[in-house]
Design a protein around this ligand. Sequence first.
Ligand code: ZN
Length: 250
Amino acid sequence: MIDKKTIPEIYNATIELGDKSSEYLPFSTDITLQENMVDQLFQLIPWIKGAKNQLAQTGTGEKANKFLYLQSTIYALISLLKCIINIKKNNYQQAWMDVIDAEEYIALGIRLAPEPEFIMYLSQHREMIEKTMFPKIPIYSSLGSIVRGGKCNLCLSNYENCDHIEGIIYKGKMCRIIDQTNLRVNHTALVKNPRDRRCIPLEMENSNNKMEDIFTKIERDISEEELKSKGQNGFLINFIAFNNQRIDTD
Ligand SMILES: [Zn+2]
């Protein structure tokens, strides 16, 4: 492997492989070829980040942001391919996480969007995958919590003492709060528009009084334990209440 590439070389390699990988998105493409493509795309990430860090040292950050756009696009392609691979392997829960990762990477890409055409194509493709491969999720879980402390991922000082703002992009990286402690949950809510679409019900009690898998619709009996926890007129739902997986915006 060549251990040095110039920034234009990294840019060109990314555009080339990004274009090529979109030809592997159709469902009928061989799974091994799709897995190989995911590996190849992952190999671009350290190159893109290297270019981004170099560009962040000079100028206003506009060029570094362009590489964050490339990074988001490559991650969106990885997530879409992984989604299809996981559907083929019947790993629907993981495939759902992938389609949501793709949604978030595409949203970030559109926010940065120097070349919206390709990312708009990915966005439409992603929407179609979600619509045709998954059920409509009726309700999501949303956690209300109080979090204290935490550091800024950019300057590593305590978040309260630094000038960066969570969610804002600075020279190719998004500010996040890391190392948070003291997570105190004060409520959970069922909502239609959650902050995190990964927090889905995995099983819901159906009209046959069985637990039904959200993706496969396969039923199972309700356990004694579950029956005990059930209120009088309530019905049982098994939720992903909280998820700390975040897309890579560093
Ligand atoms: Zn900071």
